[in-house]
Write a protein that binds this ligand. Structure first.
Ligand code: 9MR
Length: 464
């Protein structure tokens, strides 16, 4: 993103919306007095994170602040496409693995940034188009999310896919030209590869209710209505010298679509207003119960991509700035998240904590009486994700098997919530330990990803 454009657009967002109201059901006031960003955020059920540049992990002033103040990290560059797949099919996880190891050793969660972005593509991908590019994109998402599976709190699956200005439309790029469904295909592929990560769409110049944020809002609403697996929206928040009065209202309207919201790349132009703007963003997040955390895009001013803007919370020496104190105070003054009875739990628990969606029936089923299976398909040129629903017959199941005959040339590359035998021709999927026992009429879901075409698959279900 172009730096000058950020600052110009940050102050031109229309102030149209009213501040969101009615949060008293899910937020309760509990003043606290944490003395670090991470402690104060954690007291309110949030994380406080920083973008980390790998080479700074050997700078002791930097690392001291990082570990004292932040309980979430994101790679500023090390998990991007050019870094992780410099040559097609040759993956390099050195920088990403180093950051994950640092995080695990220091009790920090990890945001993943970013699986697909029109910038920082490796040269080989920039030169590709059409179905070859689409396959390469999906392979990249699958490989990288699989490598980091179980280690990522939230992935920016797609970054900056919307145009600036008044169109509210997608940005033109080689990625976009592979077909408008590239974003949802990426989310399906990411879910398949790491079912435990929250999957986010991330963008900038979305700091209020404007044409761009509304375009994204419409996409998220559409995804939620069609069951595309999106869990969160990231608001980068590279800010200038003012904060839109509808910043919070904008977060809230996304939260009302049943997604988490996160402030993902916060930095603010220095000057008289910097501390107030940082505090305003923090208050807005605290006032939106689905706002689960804040990340600043770097640690100290001299670590920032914005150079002389001095856009962060710490001086180069490591000293705390006025903006630091204003953020800490806003965290401490904020309401805590108290789950409301109507707020659903996480919809995408990790692979190590399978959801209790299929509790065993209270009385053992009398015997095998069958089951049915149906498949729904999300396809792109050269690949597909199949979601399969297994419904128990009148006697319930102790276990189930679903057989699917793939069209010629198709093969299964990844399976979740079931175990696959074979990958081409007729493939048999068996339940895993937590979803085999179904009461009569109860449904279990599993999925698989494949290359080639998945058209015309008819699953058959056998119960035991
Ligand atoms: O801070 C990142 C900088 O070091 C890189 O050179 C730049 C490359 O485009 O990306 C910067 O991070 C960007 C982030 O990945 C996406 N949102 C905008 C950020 C600032 O440009």
């Amino acid at each position: 993103m172009n730096h000058k454009r950020v600052l110009r657009l940050a102050v031109t967002v229309a102030a149209t919306g009213a501040l969101a109201a009615g949060m008293t059901m899910t937020l309760t006031s509990t003043a606290s007095a944490g003395t670090t960003l991470k402690a104060s955020a954690a007291e309110k059920g949030r994380y406080f994170g920083a973008a980390v540049a790998g080479q700074k992990l050997s700078d002791s002033t930097y690392v001291t602040i990082l570990n004292r103040e932040f309980n979430s990290v994101v790679a500023e560059n090390d998990m991007k496409w050019d870094a992780t797949e410099p040559q097609q099919g040759r993956f390099n996880y050195t920088g990403g693995d180093r950051l994950v190891a640092h995080a695990q050793a220091n009790g920090q969660s990890v945001r993943g940034h970013a699986l697909l972005w029109y910038q920082q593509q490796p040269g080989w991908a920039r030169d590709m188009s059409g179905s070859a590019l689409r396959s390469a994109m999906m392979n990249h998402v699958t490989q990288v999310a699989t490598h980091f599976r179980g280690k990522i709190h939230s992935w920016d699956v797609v970054n900056e896919a919307f145009a600036d200005g008044n169109s509210g439309a997608r940005r033109d790029s080689n990625l976009q030209r592979t077909g408008n469904d590239w974003i949802e295909a990426a989310f399906y592929a990411a879910r398949a590869a790491d079912p435990g990560a929250k999957l986010c769409y991330n963008d900038y110049n979305t700091d209020g209710i404007n044409a761009k944020s509304t375009g994204i809002y419409n996409m998220v609403r559409d995804f939620k209505s069609r069951g595309v697996p999106i869990d969160c929206v990231g608001f980068q928040s590279h800010l200038g010298t003012s904060l839109s009065s509808d910043y919070q209202a904008n977060l809230q309207r996304f939260a009302d679509l049943d997604v988490d919201v996160q402030i993902t790349e916060l930095d603010v132009m220095s000057g008289g207003n910097q501390a107030n703007i940082f505090a305003g963003v923090t208050r807005a997040c605290m006032n939106v119960s689905r706002c689960t955390g804040i990340t600043t895009w770097g640690v100290r001013d001299c670590d920032s991509w914005r150079g002389s803007d001095n856009a962060l919370l710490f001086e180069c020496s490591g000293n705390k700035k006025a903006a630091y104190t204003s953020v800490l105070n806003a965290l401490n003054a904020g309401p805590a998240i108290t789950p409301s009875p109507t707020t659903p739990g996480p919809t995408t628990p990790g692979p190590t904590t399978p959801p209790p969606t299929t509790p065993p029936p209270t009385t053992p089923p009398p015997g095998p009486e069958g089951c049915t299976a149906s498949v729904s398909l999300n396809s792109w040129t050269g690949g597909f994700v199949a979601s399969v629903k297994v419904t128990a017959g009148s006697a319930g199941t102790n276990g189930w098997n679903v057989s699917v005959t793939l069209p010629g040339g198709a093969s299964v590359t990844n399976t979740w919530s079931a175990t696959a035998s074979g990958s081409t021709g007729t493939v048999r999927f068996a339940n895993v330990n937590y979803n085999g026992r179904l009461a009569a009429g109860q449904v279990a879901e599993f999925g698989f990803q494949g290359t080639g075409s998945g058209a015309g698959m008819t699953p058959t279900c056998t119960a035991s």
